[in-house]
Write a protein that binds this ligand. Structure first.
Ligand SMILES: [Zn+2]
Ligand SMILES: [Zn+2]
Length: 290
């Protein structure tokens, strides 16, 4: 038995879709989704997908080996907004019906979400949860850790939307991953979020305009003390990677959308004390943990 290795990949990172980002020269990309994997020598122990919005299937094709489709998979959904689950039914059809013998169907794909989120998913993906039997609901209770393979995944409630959660993921090796996209009011410094090895954070806009967008915006993430309260550190040799901004749109800011490099430059100029621990994620970016 070899030692376990963990990989997190930001499959897609934007809120603005590529048709909007195209004006900045970006030709591909979709809505935020992430892929967490545990591998052992001789195979994959567990794949976990966080959200499944537009562009997820293309990103899996771009970045994951074909064997992804034959490995254990669980899907965790943050909330019911369509940019976080639009491709769930199609994903489950492929996973359950297109990889075995022609007439052999796999058991339904496990979908972990809160009860209010289930209602949104079931309306959109009715066939998968019912006649198609390719999707199965597993309830998440905010604050209660859920063990999936080697990962302990704690959903933490946010006021972004009914049933919405962010996730703190604890690895057996003491690394912690925080998935905090789609934040309206930045949460207090819950112990479960403290000192992550990597945090993915909602940065829909620069300006604080949550009454309009229902997203906190970077200004509010800093002003509220949320980013500093995470106690981030950047030490790649110890596999501490700080925070990466995701879910960026910028469409709503008065100066419009920025390139990723422009967003990072603006951040560094405004908040130099955080510049070493906050970066902008790239599509397909991968971080390794042991
Ligand atoms: Zn949302
Ligand atoms: Zn969103």
């Amino acid at each position: 038995m070899g030692s376990k290795r963990f990989t997190y990949r930001q499959l897609n990172k934007d809120y603005a879709y590529w048709i909007e980002r195209r004006r900045l020269g970006q030709e591909r990309g979709g809505c935020v989704s992430g892929h967490l994997a545990c591998s052992e020598e001789g195979g994959i122990g567990q794949n976990v997908l966080f959200d499944c919005g537009l562009g997820t299937l293309e990103a899996i094709a771009d970045f994951c080996p074909d064997a992804f489709w034959d490995q254990p998979l669980a899907v965790f959904i943050t909330h019911g907004h369509i940019d976080h689950h639009a491709e769930l039914m199609v994903l489950s059809e492929i996973y359950c019906t297109r990889r075995g013998d022609l007439h052999q169907k796999r058991p339904p794909l496990s979908v972990f979400c809160t009860e209010p989120t289930r209602r949104h998913l079931e309306r959109t993906h009715w066939y998968g949860f019912n006649g198609g039997a390719t999707l199965a609901f597993h309830p998440l209770v905010p604050g209660q850790p859920c063990q999936k393979g080697p990962f302990s995944i704690t959903p933490i409630p946010t006021d972004h939307f009914e049933g919405a959660v962010i996730f703190a993921v604890d690895f057996p090796s003491a690394h912690r991953l925080v998935i905090a996209w789609d934040l309206t009011t930045p949460p207090p410094p819950f112990a479960a979020l403290h000192s992550p090895s990597l945090a993915l954070i909602d940065a829909t806009t620069w300006c604080a305009m949550k009454d309009w967008t229902s997203h906190a915006g970077i200004e509010e993430l800093v002003a509220s003390g949320f980013l500093e309260g995470l106690d981030l550190s950047y030490a790649p040799d110890r596999q501490h990677y700080g925070a990466y901004l995701v879910h960026y749109s910028g469409l709503e800011d008065p100066w419009g959308m920025l390139h990723d490099a422009g967003l990072k430059a603006r951040f560094d100029a405004a908040y130099p004390r955080l510049s070493d621990v906050v970066r902008v994620a790239e599509r397909g970016q991968v971080w390794q943990f042991e």
